[in-house]
Write a protein that binds this ligand. Structure first.
Ligand SMILES: NC(=O)c1ccc[n+]([C@@H]2O[C@H](COP(=O)([O-])OP(=O)(O)OC[C@H]3O[C@@H](n4cnc5c(N)ncnc54)[C@H](OP(=O)(O)O)[C@@H]3O)[C@@H](O)[C@H]2O)c1
Length: 274
C-alpha cells in the first residue's frame, strides 16, 4: 500500500452524515479522497465529489474509472452509501425489500467488484464496509434493513479470506446510533400506514428509534475509526462505534439466552409478548 498518510480513498454516500464526515477527516489528514453521491454535489475543502448511484453497474464503473485514471490506484474503499427501510416484515413489499438490498447490499457488491481488479493488480487495498448494530441483532420494524446488513456481514467475512492472499484486507464497522440525515432519508413501507395490523407498535418503535438517533454519537466518531483503519496495516473483522450502553447490549447477545435477549430488545422499544 502507498504511504500511510497519502492513501487514495473512495467513499460512497459522502454527501451527508458518516460518509461526509469520513471524507472531511481523511482529506484533512493528507489522504486523497473521492466522495460520491447520486446527484452532483460540490467538492469539499479537502476532497472531490463524483456522481455514483450504487444501484447502477455503469454508474459505479464510471466513478471507479475516473479515480483510477486520475490517481492510478485505489488504496481504500469505504462502502457507506445506504438508507433504512422501516416497516413490519409483513407490510414490506418485495419491491421495497429489493430496493433496500439493492442499495445496502448489492451496492457494496458492485463497488467491490469494480475496485478489486485494481487492488489485486497493485497487491494491496482495504475495503471498509459500513454495517450497523442492526447487522448484528435483528431490530423490530427494521427487518429488511437488518437483513441487508446481516448479508453484508457474511459477504465481508467471506471476502476477507478470499482476498487475503492478494494482500487485500476487508473489515466491517458497526455504528450504533449516529446523528445524521438517516431520519430524513428513512423510507417507510407503503403498507405501514393506516390499516396495518402493526400500526400502533410500529409508531411506538419509530418514535423510540428517532429519539435514540437524536441522542446518537456525532458522525465524526465513526470517521475517526475509519481514519485509524485507513492508516492500519492489519484490520480485525469488525469494529463497533457508539455509546457504550449500545455496545454492551450487543455483547449481551453472546451470553444471554436468546429469548431473554429478545425480551431485552423488545422492552427497550416498548414491545411485549402476549
Ligand atoms: N445514522 C445511523 O444511526 C447509522 C447507524 C448504523 C449504520 N449506519 C449506516 O451508515 C451509512 C451512512 O448512513 P448515514 O447515517 O450517514 O445516512 P445519511 O446521512 O442519510 O447518508 C446516506 C448517504 O448515502 C447516500 N446514498 C443513499 N442511497 C444511495 C445510492 N443508491 N447510491 C449512492 N449513494 C447513496 C446518500 O447520498 P445521496 O442521497 O446524495 O445519493 C448519502 O450521502 C449507511 O450505510 C447506514 O446504514 C447509520
Amino acid at each position: 500500500m502507498s504511504n500511510s498518510r497519502g492513501r487514495v480513498v473512495l467513499i460512497t454516500g459522502a454527501s451527508s452524515g458518516i460518509g461526509q464526515a469520513c471524507a472531511e477527516l481523511l482529506g484533512r489528514n493528507g489522504h486523497t479522497v473521492y466522495g460520491t453521491s447520486r446527484r452532483p454535489a460540490p467538492d469539499g475543502e479537502h476532497y472531490k465529489m463524483l456522481e455514483m448511484d450504487v444501484t447502477r453497474d455503469d454508474s459505479v464503473r464510471r466513478a471507479v474509472e475516473v479515480v483510477l485514471a486520475a490517481e492510478g490506484r485505489i488504496d481504500v474503499v469505504v462502502n457507506n452509501a445506504g438508507f433504512v427501510l422501516a416497516g413490519a416484515v409483513e407490510d414490506v413489499s418485495v419491491e421495497e425489500a429489493r430496493q433496500q438490498l439493492d442499495t445496502n447490499f448489492f451496492g457494496v457488491l458492485r463497488v467491490c467488484k469494480a475496485v478489486l481488479p485494481a487492488m489485486r493488480a497493485q497487491e494491496s487495498g482495504l475495503i471498509v464496509n459500513i454495517s450497523s448494530l442492526g447487522g448484528a441483532a435483528g431490530l423490530p420494524f427494521q427487518g429488511l434493513y437488518s437483513a441487508s446488513k446481516f448479508a453484508l456481514e457474511g459477504l465481508t467475512e467471506s471476502l476477507r479470506q478470499e482476498v487475503a492472499p492478494f494482500g487485500i484486507e476487508a473489515t466491517l464497522v458497526q455504528p450504533g446510533d449516529v446523528r445524521t440525515r438517516v431520519r430524513e432519508n428513512r423510507v417507510k413501507s407503503r403498507q405501514s400506514g393506516a390499516g396495518s395490523a402493526y400500526r400502533e407498535a410500529f409508531m411506538k418503535v419509530l418514535q423510540a428509534v428517532e429519539t435514540e438517533e437524536g441522542e446518537g454519537v456525532p458522525p465524526e466518531a465513526v470517521a475517526r475509526r475509519v481514519l485509524t483503519l485507513t492508516e492500519s496495516r492489519r484490520v480485525r473483522v469488525r469494529y463497533t462505534v457508539g455509546h457504550l450502553s449500545q455496545r454492551i447490549s450487543l455483547l449481551a447477545k453472546t451470553f444471554l439466552p436468546s429469548r431473554t435477549f429478545e425480551q431485552l430488545v423488545m422492552s427497550l422499544y416498548g414491545l411485549s409478548r402476549r
